[in-house]
Design a protein around this ligand. Structure first.
Ligand code: MTE
Ligand code: MO
Length: 182
């Protein structure tokens, strides 16, 4: 059948709309991301099965969690975002039964736009090991993170000194401590 360009445009729109409706059901970022979040890219690299460059929309489609945490300077805040464990899983990092032996010395190096670096041991972010969720937050109190804190910020519930709650996260690398000579 021959379809006019107009028909194709309508079909393309419907396709995009139904893809979006699908993403919607997985819990979108609401309200919509800030301009800063819209252009943000989070790089996942190092010793991963599959290096990733995730947009805010990619992150919005991953399993999300939300919880209250007491911010050192800001009181109680409802944070939501994606557990680091979900991001590691997507990047093909061995977790659960596959996290054993030398890989128990793997760690995540988290880097920020202002040159801060913090680390998490891989088991700290694996739900099979840890009962707390280390979060890559993109929202606080139902709103996208401000440009000062975001687009993405690490939140570590229960950790009272908040030096690892790094703001403006740009990259996460998985590294093997076993490859480092003490
Ligand atoms: N990118 C970045 N994130 C950062 C820091 C920083 O210097 N740069 N400081 C950390 C420290 S030491 C603390 S105590 C908390 C403070 O966050 P708050 O001002 O939102 O409470 O942010 C953390 N996140
Ligand atoms: Mo701090």
């Amino acid at each position: 059948m021959n379809r006019s360009p107009k028909t194709w445009a309508v079909l393309a729109f419907l396709g995009a709309a139904s893809a979006w409706a699908g993403a919607d059901r997985v819990k979108p970022l609401t309200p919509p991301a800030t301009p800063n979040q819209k252009q943000a890219v989070l790089k996942i690299g190092g010793e991963v099965g599959k290096p990733l460059a995730l947009s805010a929309a990619d992150l919005a489609g991953l399993p999300r969690v939300s919880f209250k945490a007491v911010s050192e300077h800001g009181g109680e805040v409802q944070f939501s975002g994606v557990p680091l464990g979900e991001i590691a899983k997507l990047a093909g990092v061995p977790l659960g039964e596959n996290l054993s032996g030398p890989r128990l010395a793997d760690f995540l190096l988290v880097e920020t736009a202002d040159g801060n670096k913090v680390v998490f041991a891989l088991p700290e972010i694996d739900p099979a090991f840890a009962d707390r969720v280390v979060l890559l937050a993109d929202q606080a109190n139902g709103k996208p993170l401000s440009d000062k804190d975001g687009p993405f910020r690490i939140v570590v519930p229960g950790e009272e000194r908040q030096g690892r709650w790094v703001r403006r996260v740009t990259a996460i690398s998985v590294l093997h401590a076993n490859k480092i000579e003490p």
